[in-house]
Ligand binder design. Structure first.
Ligand SMILES: Cc1cc2nc3c(=O)[nH]c(=O)nc-3n(C[C@H](O)[C@H](O)[C@H](O)COP(=O)(O)OP(=O)(O)OC[C@H]3O[C@@H](n4cnc5c(N)ncnc54)[C@H](O)[C@@H]3O)c2cc1C
Length: 338
């Protein structure tokens, strides 16, 4: 374990923001992690656990220790003809796990293809895409508590998963390290084509003949067609969550805007597209200096060059203000601002 000082975090966040960490260390397994967390020299330092850095916006240097978890085991349990449990270390790259499942005929995760980042982060905001949320396949989450280094397992139910939300963003915020996740995958579930671009992709094809490899391929093609590749243009995916509004407010808006789409969240609440709201404000493709709204996906804020986290934050607040003025709707950040 090699603790470095005064390190640039630019290679460790997909927005490509050049801030520094007072200390930076990569740990390879649970015992190294515990040794580090218990080290008297660093015990009073602020800690930040980082995976792929694809859901973080740094607005200043990090005055503490940044810990990158690189544990990488994948272990199978209790396999039957119908299902399998797989324990995956937090440091495993998420999409390599998705590929592993698809290659092995394990179903339920193919719609979540190509989401950047590592397995350790996926339960935190309950990642979702193309009609699937990761909570649908999580059995339990293993953590180490920062307070006493105790190991605990949270069952799916105890994780309080919601839309881009979980116990890890609320009661447990800043109190834990996720070390591994136990997934339950089916060998027979049918594919999920609820999300309309995916349905359109397979238009005319017999659904029962579509394989999970084809679904993964379709998701990858659709995503690469409309989302900027962080290796080329800095971004962190959706900057805001899709807002959930009351049915009354939705009906009022739908009377004015005939193209407004809603997705029922409960009997009284409807989720609408934050990207649609931003586009209606005329902000799709808007650019100020090196910060902009992506031209193909209004929900993604991009760093075209060498901008600062503060400029991106300022730009995001301008978007929030415009949406609020026009629609009386608050956009909530999906990205973690640090
Ligand atoms: C191009 C692009 C597309 C995206 N598409 C989607 C999408 O379709 N759906 C979606 O839900 N998200 C999407 N995202 C967002 C992002 O990829 C996910 O949120 C991802 O799960 C973040 O993983 P990460 O390892 O990069 O987390 P990081 O950004 O490194 O960390 C995110 C947060 O989790 C904490 N954290 C990370 N690992 C641990 C750990 N092991 N223990 C404790 N805390 C930890 C960090 O401290 C931080 O607060 C996208 C991002 C990009 C850049």
């Amino acid at each position: 374990m090699h603790i470095e000082k005064n390190i640039s975090l630019k290679p460790y966040n997909t927005f490509n923001i050049d801030v520094k960490a007072k200390y930076f260390v990569e740990v390879n397994d649970l015992s190294e992690l515990k040794e580090l967390l218990d080290d008297k020299n660093y015990i009073s330092e602020k800690r930040l656990i980082i995976g792929g850095g694809s859901n973080i916006l740094f607005t200043k240097d990090f005055d503490g220790i940044v810990i990158k978890l690189n544990n990488s085991e994948i272990e199978k349990f209790n396999e039957t003809d119908e299902e399998i449990f797989i324990k995956v270390d937090a440091g495993v790259e998420w999409d390599s796990f998705v590929k592993f499942c698809v290659d092995n005929g394990l179903r339920g995760v193919e719609n979540l293809s190509l989401i950047p980042g590592n397995v350790g982060a996926v339960p935190i905001q309950n990642i979702g895409a193309y009609g699937v949320e990761v909570k649908d396949i999580i059995e339990s989450v293993n953590i180490v508590l920062l307070s006493d280094l105790g190991e605990k397992t949270y069952s799916n139910n105890e994780c309080n998963f919601g839309y881009r939300n979980s116990i890890f963003k609320n009661e447990l915020k800043d109190k834990f390290v996720i070390t591994s996740v136990l997934f339950k995958l089916s060998k027979s579930n049918s594919i999920n084509l609820d999300y309309s671009p995916l349905k359109n992709y397979f238009y005319g094809k017999n659904e029962s003949k579509i394989t999970i490899e084809e679904v993964r391929e379709a998701v990858i093609q659709i995503r690469t067609g409309k989302l900027p590749d962080p290796k080329i243009i800095g971004n962190a995916g959706s900057f805001f969550k899709n807002p959930i509004i009351s049915k009354n407010q939705f009906d009022d808006l739908a009377n004015i805007y005939k193209d407004l789409k809603g997705f029922p969240e409960s009997n009284s609440d409807i989720k609408i597209s934050a990207g649609w709201l931003i586009e209606k404000c005329g902000l799709k493709g808007k650019r100020i200096g090196d910060v902009g709204v992506h031209e193909k996906q209004a929900l993604v804020i991009v760093n075209y060059g060498d901008t600062s986290g503060n400029k991106i934050l300022e730009f995001s607040k301008m978007i929030q203000k415009e949406v609020k003025n026009r629609f009386e709707i608050d956009l909530i950040n999906e990205v973690n601002i640090l």
